[in-house]
Design a binder for this molecule. Structure first.
Ligand SMILES: Cc1ncc(COP(=O)(O)O)c(C=O)c1O
Length: 411
């Protein structure tokens, strides 16, 4: 073993040839916020390798984040070209990549302007602030946001208050005021809950963490109409469903309506941390001093974002996601038919798929798939969620389904 000792007395990892027990070190040095064992070392396309050299087919994709898979050459090249030029510059100055990414989002959103942050929660925080400004200016100081049961909007206090799942909220009371949840896909519930205090409606057109539940088109159109009638803002959280995952750039696109505010993150920069909050002219109300960020819209993240969107558009990945999503859906239906005692239903849009289990055995199924070289995730104890990269091929889907079939057969 060759090591050098740092002035603080620790060992520098790069200069240590002895294998380190990363899982044990993680337990020592990292807060216990995640229950995890597997040490991931590198990835390429739809595959990822652990520190022992075991390869996995990755249908988790950073939870709907590595939309172009791992180490996509165009994302890598964008980062490598940008890094020597400018890694970071304050938002006191314009950076070219940030403007380019905003320009692309303006085009794909039909004329909405961007504000960049670092995560989905932060993007939603920006949307909440913007809605409150709208309320101050146009609705007598209204500030309350209606969001949906089973929704997920992030882990900050405000986005926890907006999240419609008690398990994320219970421990953190008191949560910030100004948030109420109503049942999803129920327009009447929104109407009944709207008061003089209400300023906006926050909705995922396809709920992700809650278990892949698409909104009905009529519901989304009804929300739009209600917002117009009542002078409210309609916010679509596209953090998980956006970036082509459902086969269109935004998941609300086929639903016959347009939001006033869109939030994005996850896949926007192909795996580099970024968030975005887009505003249509009606809600584009921020002025200098209203909102800000040190890192948001950083040149590296935006360079990766520009490359990611270009690749999705130029390589026809929206149509590909639609086709692969339909195929994955069919194959999951096949599993449901074969294992009626285990799978009670399947659903999804594009490459955002789920199946429900008769019993809360999601962890067992994930563990079984992992042991067979396939990474899948869950949405609660009785739902399996599949959010693979948009570049996935039919052969990969066949391989994943065969392994999950094997797991189900062994249950
Ligand atoms: C729909 C939705 N909104 C917001 C978030 C929060 O994003 P982040 O973890 O980047 O803060 C998530 C994360 O899973 C999400 O799925």
């Amino acid at each position: 073993m060759t090591t050098t000792t740092t002035p603080a007395g620790g060992q520098t990892a790069q200069q240590t040839t002895e294998r380190r027990d990363w899982a044990a070190l993680e337990r020592t040095y990292y807060q216990h916020t995640f229950n995890r064992q597997l040490v991931m070392e590198r990835g390429e396309g739809v595959r990822v390798w652990d520190a022992n050299g075991t390869v996995y087919l990755d249908l988790v994709a950073g939870i709907a984040t590595n939309v172009l898979g791992h180490a996509h050459p165009r994302v890598v090249q964008a980062i490598v070209e940008q890094a020597p030029k400018l890694i970071h510059v304050s938002n006191l100055y314009i950076n070219e990549r940030q403007v380019e990414l905003a320009e692309q989002l303006y085009q794909v959103s039909g004329g909405m302007r961007s504000f960049f942050s670092n995560s989905g929660a932060e993007a939603n925080e920006g949307a909440i602030k913007l809605a409150r400004k709208f309320g101050r200016l146009h609705r007598d100081g209204a500030y309350e946001i209606l969001s949906m049961d089973r929704s997920f909007h992030g882990r900050t206090l405000a986005t926890t208050a907006a999240t419609g799942q008690k398990k994320y909220q219970e421990t953190w009371a008191p949560l910030p005021d100004g948030f109420r949840q109503v049942p999803f896909n129920d327009l009447e519930a929104v109407k009944v809950a709207t008061t003089a205090k209400t300023v906006g409606i926050l909705v995922e057109a396809v709920q992700g963490e809650g278990g892949i539940w698409p909104a009905s088109h009529a519901y989304m159109q009804g929300l739009r109409q209600w917002c117009d009638e009542q002078r409210l803002v309609l916010i679509c959280d596209e953090v998980q469903a956006g970036m082509g995952r459902t086969g269109t750039f935004f998941s609300w696109e086929p639903m016959g309506m347009r939001p006033d505010i869109i939030t994005m993150a996850k896949g926007l920069a192909g795996g580099v941390p970024i968030g975005a909050m887009l505003a249509a002219p009606r809600a584009d109300l921020f002025e200098p001093g209203d909102h800000g960020t040190t890192f948001g819209g950083n040149p590296i993240a935006c360079a990766a974002g520009v490359a990611t969107i270009r690749t999705i558009v130029e390589e026809g990945l929206l149509a590909h996601a639609t086709a692969m999503g339909a195929y994955l859906g069919e194959r999951l239906e096949g599993l449901a038919t074969k294992y009626p005692a285990h799978i009670t239903s399947t659903r999804g849009v594009g490459l955002m798929r789920a199946f429900d289990l008769a019993e809360p055995r999601a962890q067992e199924i994930m563990d079984g798939a992992l042991a067979r070289g396939v990474l899948i995730t869950n949405a609660g104890p009785a739902t399996i969620r599949l959010v693979p990269p948009l570049i996935i091929q039919p052969g990969d889907i066949d391989e994943a389904v065969a392994q999950v079939d094997d797991v189900l057969a062994a249950l």
